[in-house]
Design a protein around this ligand. Structure first.
Ligand code: HEC
Length: 194
């Protein structure tokens, strides 16, 4: 009896210790989530601003080129400024550079399950502390809903000029055929934690 209680305690401690390696304390985790959310708000805001300006000044087909040129820069500028890795990803990508890694694929699939179960997309997010190549990373993802304006370039049927532009810049484009309320993809940010 005594021995079994003892081993239960040992076992519980063992579990606790190994979980501790990958779990940040609550305050650090809250802070990291707060930073990630702020960063994504800035990132999303910058992207939307550029998109709206580009459509207004040159039309949708022209805006495809602006997205092509500016979207990667916006992400890398924010990464440089913040010390986080900042990107967008999706289960159906336009730019192959945005293809998800294994962890991101799992989270995107989990988001799809949650959407199917009726969870609204506006606050759908997920975070985890993981080890990768010997480094400990805090990773955070937030779902990106498809809105009406997105359909102009990601919808089932797009204007022929837009289609031409997309075909020439993205011969492997998978990011079409979306409907309002679908998950278009997700913001994905990470940073190394000690
Ligand atoms: C003017 C056309 C246009 C509109 C409108 C548009 N996008 Fe895109 N989108 C693009 C292009 C072009 C890319 C690829 C950018 C690159 O090369 O990095 C892209 C890439 C993305 C990506 C990155 C993943 C991938 O597929 O490579 C996401 C996520 C995304 N768009 C979401 C949206 C959402 C959400 C909206 C609506 C708010 C939207 N887009 C509206 C043209 C557009």
């Amino acid at each position: 009896m005594k021995t079994s209680t003892f081993s239960t305690i040992l076992c519980a401690c063992g579990l606790f210790t190994s979980a501790q390696v990958l779990a940040l304390d609550a305050a650090t985790q809250d802070e990291a989530i707060g930073q990630a959310r702020q960063l994504i708000q800035r990132y999303g805001g910058n992207l939307k601003k550029e998109l709206k300006q580009a459509i207004k000044s040159g039309g949708v087909a022209q805006a495809v080129e602006t997205c092509h040129l500016k979207a990667p820069d916006i992400a890398s500028d924010l990464s440089d400024q913040s010390g986080w890795t900042v990107r967008r990803t999706s289960l159906k990508v336009r730019n192959l550079e945005d293809a998800p890694d294994r962890w991101e694929t799992r989270v995107l699939e989990q988001f799809e399950q949650r959407r199917k179960a009726g969870e609204p997309l506006d606050h759908m997010d997920y975070s985890e502390t993981v080890t990768r190549n010997g480094k400990t990373l805090f990773r955070y993802m937030k779902a990106i809903p498809t809105g009406k304006i997105c359909l102009k370039c990601h919808g089932e049927s797009v204007d022929s000029q837009v289609e031409k532009q997309l075909d020439s810049l993205y011969p492997f484009d998978q990011a079409r055929g979306f409907h309002v309320g679908d998950i278009r993809g997700a913001f994905s940010v990470s940073k190394e934690v000690k």
